[in-house]
Write a protein that binds this ligand. Structure first.
Ligand SMILES: NC(=O)C1=CN([C@@H]2O[C@H](COP(=O)(O)OP(=O)(O)OC[C@H]3O[C@@H](n4cnc5c(N)ncnc54)[C@H](OP(=O)(O)O)[C@@H]3O)[C@@H](O)[C@H]2O)C=CC1
Ligand SMILES: Cc1cn([C@H]2C[C@H](O)[C@@H](COP(=O)(O)OP(=O)(O)O[C@H]3O[C@@H](C)C(=O)[C@@H](O)[C@H]3O)O2)c(=O)[nH]c1=O
Length: 290
């Protein structure tokens, strides 16, 4: 029996972890968000970890507003890097394992083959830079860790591209969506299932390092929007592809950030659902809300 702490548990991934916890056969999960545990406070982390004798931390907390981060780099760095360093230092001190989550936005995305874990990083914006710094803080701490880099996360919880597209394709007659940024959408429930499996089967005891995990397949945000609208039966909105420079944003995003999952599939022996299959699952959960 191990005790697991999930931080940032009110977000998309945290809520998906909450759904799985009750089926655990061997572990007890404690869920916190900023109100219960502000991870920028190292002392508060230390007290909770020691009091509860936590063996694993799953860090789902992050600053995820990519546009806002450009004007708020201090806060983004505090949450995506400094706070992650806090978790890693405490884990190292008490011998706990840190399971952390990072992003495809650590890559520049200028090549057109799937990104492997050992490939050169070069984030284009503040969000990606602070997430990369967070990865490095974990690695430098000396703690036992797993970092799952994922991409284009969505779920029935929180706000995300799927929910935005459901709303916009209902409200508008016409919509432009970028087709020159290519990646893979990932259902947060699938990533949570992998993290849960890692804990339940104790894979974290033998595996460590960075792993790429997204759903299977490749698409542009435009393709993703088309599929969302089709599943929502929002067929009156005319969705048109546009270039990135036609969609106003202060941050440059990677043009191609498909993640290569060869390593995670081999080491974790996990089956990865295609993004269209998982999108259908999530849309079913959202039924009634559109
Ligand atoms: N969303 C995406 O598309 C992608 C996300 N990721 C990564 O996956 C992980 C999970 O993302 P996701 O579930 O979407 O994130 P969310 O933004 O949905 O959730 C993050 C949670 O962390 C909380 N939080 C913020 N600051 C603190 C703090 N100081 N202490 C404790 N909790 C805090 C947030 O609270 P509040 O809302 O009040 O700020 C929120 O509840 C993150 O590491 C993210 O970088 C990777 C690729 C894609
Ligand atoms: C709403 C909208 C967005 N877009 C574009 C903007 C952007 O290039 C793309 C996706 O929009 P988003 O705001 O969801 O993008 P963004 O917030 O950048 O999504 C990213 O979030 C962080 C947390 C990650 O880690 C990444 O993996 C990725 O999921 O679609 C349109 O072209 N038309 C639209 O109407």
């Amino acid at each position: 029996m191990s005790k697991i702490l999930v931080t940032g548990a009110n977000g998309q991934l945290g809520n998906e972890m909450r759904k799985l916890a009750p089926i655990s056969k061997t572990n007890t999960f404690i869920f916190t968000d900023i109100e219960e545990l502000d991870i920028t406070n190292q002392e508060a982390i230390r007290i909770l970890i020691q009091q509860e004798q936590i063996e694993i931390i799953v860090n789902c907390a992050a600053y995820t507003n990519v546009d806002k981060a450009e004007d708020d780099s201090e806060m983004a760095n505090l949450i995506n890097n400094k706070a992650v360093e806090n978790l890693a230092i405490v884990c190292q001190d008490v011998g706990a394992t840190l399971i952390h989550v990072s992003t495809d936005y650590v890559f520049q995305g200028t090549k057109n083959t799937p990104c492997r874990e050992d490939e050169q990083t070069n984030p284009l914006g503040v969000y990606g830079q602070t997430k990369l710094a967070g990865e490095q803080s974990v690695q430098n701490s000396g703690c036992k860790y797993l970092i799952f880099r994922t991409a284009w996360l969505y779920s029935a919880f929180g706000s995300n591209f799927v929910k935005t597209m459901i709303r916009l394709t209902d409200e508008r007659e016409k919509l432009s969506v970028v087709f020159d940024q290519v990646g893979t959408p990932t259902y947060a429930g699938d990533l949570a299932a992998l993290i849960f499996q890692t804990i339940e089967t104790k894979q974290y005891e033998t595996l460590n390092g960075i792993y790429h995990y997204s759903n299977e397949g490749v698409c542009s945000w435009y393709d993703f929007a088309i599929e969302i609208a089709a599943l929502a039966a929002h067929d009156t909105c005319d969705i048109q592809p546009c270039h990135s420079d036609e969609f106003p944003s202060k941050v440059k995003r990677p043009a191609f950030s498909v993640l290569d999952k060869t390593k995670v599939k081999a080491d974790f022996n996990c089956k990865v659902p295609h993004w269209k299959v998982s999108l259908q699952k999530c849309m079913k959960e959202l039924e009634g809300s559109f």
